[in-house]
Design a protein around this ligand. Structure first.
Ligand SMILES: *Cc1c(COP(=O)(O)O)cnc(C)c1O
Length: 373
C-alpha cells in the first residue's frame, strides 16, 4: 500500500484551542534543524524566558516552557509543589478544576474541594470559609479562565485571601494567558502555567510555566522525592538557569520552540494592553451579532471571558448536526459543551489570531446560514 501526504483541510478554528496559527508562526516551524544545546539555540531559549516573564508580568527567575501541553504544566505544578499528605484546597467550577483534584489525589495529597456551579466563578466567601476550617492547608489551586464554561474567576482576590492563610497559590492560566490580564507578581501567584495553542496561537504541545521564589523554596525543602522524573523541575533548574550549565535532560521539541519564540515575539511586539483590548473588541462584536440572533450567554456579563464565549443551543436545533454542517459546509470549528454542558451549549473561542472582526463576522454569517436565520 502506498500512502499519500496528508492534505490538511483549511479550517477556521473557533473552538477551545488549538487556534489558527499566525502565518509567521507557521513559517517558523519549518526552519532548519539545530542541536538543542547549540549556543544559538540556547540564546534563543534565553529570549523565550525573558519574553515569558513580560507576558506573565513576573520577575521570577524560574520561568520556562515545559516540553508538553498545558496538562503537563498543570501536573508539573502539582507534583513539584504538593507532597504526599499535604492538604490542598481546590476550587472547582468546571472541568479543569476537576482535573486538579485528580492531580492532588494521585500524588497522595488531601484535596479539599470548594465547589461552585458550572458557569459561575469561584466563590470567595466559600474559599475563605474553607481556609478557616482547614488551617493546615498548604496550597490553594484554581482555574483563572475555566474554558469548559467561559468563566473568569477573580485571581487577584483568590490569591489575596490565600496569602492571608499563608498558602501557596497555583493558577491555571491556560486560556487566560495573553487574552486577559494576569499580573503574576502583583497578585502574588506562586505557580502559573499556560498552554501554547490558546491565546498565543502557537502550535500545541508547550506549556509556559513560572514558579515564584517561595515555590522554589518549597521544592528545595521537600521531604519526599518528586514522583515524576520528567516533570521534576529540580532536574532542569540548571538547564534553565542561564548560568551556562546546560546539560542533557530531554531533547527539546526544537521546531515547536522556534514557533513559540515567534508567537511570543509577536505578542511582545503587540504589547499586553493591545492584546487584551483586541480580545475584548472581538468579544463585543460577537456579542452584538449573537444578541441579534437571540442567543443567550451562559455566563453573567461580569465574569465572561472575551476569548471563550459560551452560549445556549437554541431549542429545536441538534448540537451535532449544526456543528457538522459548520465544519463541512463552512470549514468552521466551534467548541461543543463538555461534561454537564454536553449537548446544551456551544463555545465560541476568539483566541489570538482569531480575535479579529473578520473571524467574528465569518462565524456569525455561517451560524446564520446553518440556523436559517
Ligand atoms: C486547554 C486547557 C488545559 C489543558 O491544556 P492541553 O494543552 O490541552 O493539555 C488545561 N486547563 C485549561 C483551563 C484549559 O483550557
Amino acid at each position: 500500500m502506498k500512502y499519500s501526504s496528508f492534505q490538511t483541510p483549511e479550517r477556521r478554528l473557533l473552538g477551545a484551542g488549538p487556534t489558527n496559527l499566525y502565518p509567521e508562526v507557521s513559517q517558523a516551524l519549518t526552519r532548519p534543524e539545530v542541536g538543542h544545546l547549540d549556543p544559538k539555540f540556547v540564546e534563543m531559549m534565553d529570549e523565550v524566558k525573558s519574553m515569558l516573564r513580560y507576558l506573565f508580568q513576573t520577575k521570577n527567575e524560574f520561568t520556562i516552557a515545559i516540553s508538553a501541553p498545558g496538562s503537563a504544566g498543570m501536573e508539573a505544578s502539582f507534583v513539584n509543589l504538593v507532597e504526599p499528605g499535604d492538604k490542598v484546597i481546590v476550587c472547582v467550577n468546571g472541568l479543569f478544576g476537576g482535573r486538579m483534584v485528580e492531580n492532588v489525589e494521585r500524588i497522595g495529597g488531601e484535596a479539599v474541594v470548594v465547589d461552585d456551579e458550572w458557569g459561575t466563578p469561584v466563590s470567595l466567601d466559600k474559599l475563605e470559609e474553607s481556609l478557616k476550617n482547614n488551617p493546615d492547608t498548604k496550597v490553594v489551586a484554581f482555574v483563572h479562565a475555566e474554558t469548559s464554561t467561559g468563566v473568569r474567576s477573580d485571581a487577584k482576590e483568590i490569591a489575596e485571601i490565600s496569602k492571608k492563610y499563608e498558602c501557596l497559590v497555583i493558577a491555571d492560566t491556560v486560556t487566560s494567558f495573553t487574552g486577559i490580564p494576569i499580573l503574576t507578581d502583583e497578585w502574588g501567584l506562586d505557580a502559573v502555567y499556560s498552554g501554547s495553542q490558546k491565546c498565543l496561537s502557537c502550535v500545541p504541545g508547550l506549556s509556559p510555566l513560572t514558579f515564584s521564589d517561595k515555590a522554589i523554596e518549597k521544592i528545595k525543602n521537600r521531604n519526599s522525592k518528586i514522583q515524576s522524573w520528567f516533570l521534576d523541575q529540580t532536574l532542569v533548574l540548571d538547564y534553565w538557569s542561564g548560568q551556562g550549565k546546560r546539560s542533557y535532560h530531554h531533547t527539546a521539541p526544537i521546531n515547536s520552540i522556534f514557533a513559540l519564540h515567534e508567537a511570543l515575539r509577536l505578542a511582545c511586539d503587540e504589547t499586553l494592553e493591545k492584546l487584551w483590548s483586541r480580545h475584548l473588541n472581538a468579544h463585543h462584536r460577537l456579542k452584538k451579532g449573537l444578541d441579534e440572533l437571540n442567543f443567550n450567554f451562559v455566563v453573567d456579563k461580569e465574569y465572561r471571558l472575551p476569548q471563550m464565549n459560551s452560549i445556549y443551543i437554541p431549542d429545536g436545533y441538534d448540537d451535532l448536526e449544526v456543528r457538522s454542517r459548520l465544519l463541512n459546509d463552512f470549514n468552521l470549528e466551534i467548541g461543543a459543551g463538555l461534561g454537564k454542558f454536553s449537548g446544551k451549549i456551544w463555545r465560541i473561542g476568539l483566541m489570538g489570531y482569531n480575535a479579529r472582526s473578520e473571524s467574528v463576522d465569518y462565524c456569525l454569517d455561517s451560524l446564520k446560514s446553518v440556523l436559517n436565520k
